[in-house]
Ligand binder design. Structure first.
Ligand SMILES: C[S@@+](CC[C@H](N)C(=O)[O-])C[C@H]1O[C@@H](n2cnc3c(N)ncnc32)[C@H](O)[C@@H]1O
Length: 257
């Protein structure tokens, strides 16, 4: 689906925008992973994989039969789904989506949602890089990114997700006033995240009291519990989409225009 730019007047498309360090935007290929077929055979709206995660762009609320004002939260790196299950349970009037790359983890997240009788959550086996194909501009109300892989070694840092171009993509997916909640245990990644969202320019830090209220919405995640047991410091960022025009990454101009 191509969306008319006139509907999204806060975008600008300069030719100069910086490229993603790693542009892994390929379509999905068939996988021999046994959990890929288990997801296909699951036959429930609680689980979608690969190309199927891109069929509801702009229509996720309708996918759940929810009204168009239903609050849509998105968790990136949902793992076994614990945080998304919690948010779905505690926001029964809203809709919850969890994106996870690993087939097995994603399958388990969907299966547990089914076991818990949840109807307002779905887990999407997908790559973060494909978010612009999955969500229309302004479609998402809040994003949670909890303990993203820090890719600590110098040679791996090109794989880091939270670079300036990614924040600009989130800036397109979220309307002004919408939030991104981020946590990492990794001090160097925290510094990188701070530089990245500042460079993107379309997010500000939320006031402290609002940030604290939002953090109370979720319990510690599985990875967070490990880091807390090790007494590692946790770095958190609560961001709000400001009114600034978004400079979309050049590679994404076709899909986002
Ligand atoms: C360190 S774990 C954190 C899991 C969970 N959020 C927590 O706090 O316990 C990061 C998760 O993000 C997923 N992930 C990493 N890169 C991804 C990508 N590009 N697309 C989708 N999922 C990704 C991993 O498979 C993993 O489950």
């Amino acid at each position: 689906m191509r969306l008319a730019m006139a509907h999204f007047p806060r975008y600008i498309w300069p030719a100069m925008s910086k490229s993603y360090p790693v542009a892994n935007y390929q379509d999905y290929r068939p996988s021999k992973n046994p959990y890929a077929s288990r997801i296909r055979e699951f036959g429930s709206p609680l689980l979608l994989a690969d190309a199927d995660t891109e069929k509801h762009r702009g229509a996720w609320r309708a996918y759940f039969g929810a009204p168009k004002e239903a609050f849509l939260q998105l968790e990136l790196g949902a793992y076994h789904g614990e945080t998304s299950h919690h948010l779905a349970r505690t926001h029964p009037e809203g809709v919850q989506l969890g994106v996870e790359w690993k087939y097995k983890q994603c399958f388990k997240a969907g299966k547990k949602a089914q076991d818990q009788g949840l109807k307002n959550v779905s887990f999407l086996r997908a790559n973060f890089a494909r978010l612009p194909w999955m969500f229309a501009p302004g479609e998402v109300d809040r994003v949670w990114i909890l303990f993203p892989d820090p890719w600590s070694k110098a040679a791996q840092q090109k794989w880091r997700t939270l670079h300036p171009g990614f924040f600009r993509t989130l800036g397109v997916m979220l309307a002004e006033g919408k939030e991104v909640m981020l946590k990492t245990d990794h001090a160097d990644y925290a510094a990188y995240i701070q530089e990245s969202f500042k460079e993107a320019g379309c997010f500000d830090l939320l006031p402290k009291e609002r940030a604290e209220r939002l953090w109370q919405l979720i319990p510690p995640t599985p990875f967070e519990r490990i880091f807390l047991r090790q007494s590692l410091p946790i770095h958190s960022f609560a961001l709000v989409r400001n009114a600034q025009l978004v400079v979309a990454p050049v590679e994404l101009q076709d899909v986002l225009s």
